[in-house]
Design a protein around this ligand. Structure first.
Ligand code: SAH
Length: 456
């Protein structure tokens, strides 16, 4: 119970700041799922991404949906993420950290609780994948700064895995002010580094491989849904891959086709006992999860993955979003976000037995277990401005309401096995061992967010 009590203390510090720091985001809240479907657009004349893709298809034949997604989203010159700041009211979608400060604050408490659960190692890396505008990391670092005493002098450093130079600039402005420098050479594994406004070293990388090894808490919020998926259709002849081709009737348009012969992907990526007739698989997500599992097993730490997803039940979830509306995935490629729900059953399979996995649990349950109700009450108690109060309540509703983001968004964690292992039996006073306790068994210490801790 020691860790639970320590967490309860931490949580009390956070929920009783005086005066409470309040950082209400300045736009009204919205979410990807609530928008009606837009009609399919005509391709933009002179769309260079469309030209690039059609030349590719003319040269080599239809391309996989994974290759299409990779090109459209992360092509180093024209990619959607590389070129745009797509988050917020003037962008294409909005995410939980952008909706309410409470989201990041509670994730900050989660990071601290896992660091404590691991025995408070003296070095602690916070690693975030796809940090968007930097809001989540900013809210977490504010919590770390407020609870500096609890961190007890641990050497904390921040590591961001971000493919977009444009967004890395936005993140650097948010997290460091102007205290960051871009590396002299484009080939450097660390392409930007600096010091956060709270005084911590911070670095930017393109790949997880470049992030230094060591005890780390890894966070991925709305990151895995942006990774390329392969799509497959069950047919009378077996599984066939769905690919992207040029529409023969309208050569300036793309269409999805089911290719007649098996592909390497269709023979490798479908489970023998698959029951669905349409399946999406994200091998890039699987590789990242395996790398994370190995790091967590060898160096200690935990990963928290939060995204809209399912547990191996959904079929066709590939979607485009533009201006907060659904958008035809093949129209004007590069001008809209592309996304697919995360298949947590696949991620769990890829992690294997290397780490302990928990979840997915719904965002509503996770945030309530983390004490969101109490945090909201404290902020409201200390806030007299009616419009700020309304925004706080609206943000809370958006995050937790099952009809909004409360159920569709899911939290999943990977932990070092030692985190869930019973400690060695203690010596009794007379030096005699107490009753034998199995070394492995159900978690003796609860994992915050995944079980009710009574944090309020
Ligand atoms: N986590 C943020 C932003 C989500 S948008 C939030 O919740 O608000 C997806 C983010 O992942 C963007 O920062 C995008 O640039 C980044 N990204 C997408 N694909 C990536 C890849 N392959 N490698 C690294 N970053 C990637």
């Amino acid at each position: 119970m020691r860790t639970v009590r320590a967490l309860q203390r931490l949580s009390r510090v956070l929920v009783c700041p005086c005066p409470p720091p309040l950082f209400v985001r300045s736009w009204s809240v919205a979410q990807r799922q609530s928008f009606s479907s837009g009609s399919a657009e005509k391709p933009m004349p002179g769309n260079s991404m469309l030209g690039h893709l059609t030349s590719k298809i003319k040269a080599t034949g239809p391309i996989s949906v994974a290759e299409y997604m990779r090109e459209v989203l992360t092509n180093p010159v024209m990619g959607y993420y590389v070129q745009n700041d797509m988050l917020g009211p003037d962008g294409d979608f909005i995410t939980s950290p952008e909706i309410s400060q409470i989201f990041g604050e509670l994730l900050g408490i989660w990071c601290l609780s896992e660091w404590m659960g691991a025995g408070k190692p003296s070095r602690f890396q916070l690693v975030e994948f796809g940090p968007g505008r930097g809001s989540l990391a900013n809210d977490i670092l504010r919590v770390f700064s407020q609870l500096r005493g609890a961190l007890g002098g641990a050497a904390v450093s921040v590591h961001l895995v971000e493919v977009s130079p444009k967004l890395s600039q936005v993140q650097a402005q948010c997290l460091t002010g102007d205290q960051s420098q871009v590396s002299a050479s484009e080939d450097e594994p660390v392409y930007r580094q600096g010091t956060t406004t709270t005084g911590l070293p911070i670095s930017w990388y393109r790949n997880l491989d470049d992030v230094p090894r060591g005890f780390s808490i890894y966070l991925a919020h709305e990151f895995f849904d942006a990774l390329p998926i392969h799509k497959f259709q069950g047919t009378e002849k077996g599984w066939r891959e769905v690919m992207v081709d040029i529409d023969p009737d309208e050569p300036g348009k793309l269409r999805l086709v089911i290719v007649p012969a098996p592909t390497l992907a269709s023979t490798q990526l479908i489970q023998a006992d698959e029951k669905r007739r349409h399946v999406e698989v994200c091998p890039e997500g699987g590789v990242i999860v395996q790398l994370l599992a190995n790091r967590i097993a060898e160096d200690g730490g935990a990963a928290l993955i939060a995204d809209y997803g399912h547990d191996g039940t959904k079929t066709d979830t590939f979607r485009g979003f533009k201006g907060h509306k659904l958008h035809d995935v093949l129209a004007s490629p590069g001008s809209a976000d592309l996304t697919a729900d995360v298949d947590y059953s696949y991620l769990r399979r890829m992690a294997g037995a290397t780490v302990a996995c928990m979840g997915p649990v719904s965002q509503k349950d996770f945030l309530k277990n983390m004490g969101i109700d109490t945090r909201l009450q404290v902020l409201l108690r200390n806030c007299a401005d009616p419009s700020t109060r309304a925004q706080l309540i609206q943000g809370y509703d958006m995050l937790t309401n099952p009809l909004k983001m409360g159920e569709r968004f899911q939290f999943f964690t990977m932990l070092n096995h030692s985190r869930l292992t019973r400690p060695e039996p203690e010596q009794s006073k007379g030096g005699k061992k107490m009753a034998p306790v199995p070394k492995k068994g159900p978690a003796p210490l609860p994992v915050a967010g995944f079980s009710e801790l009574g944090l309020s």
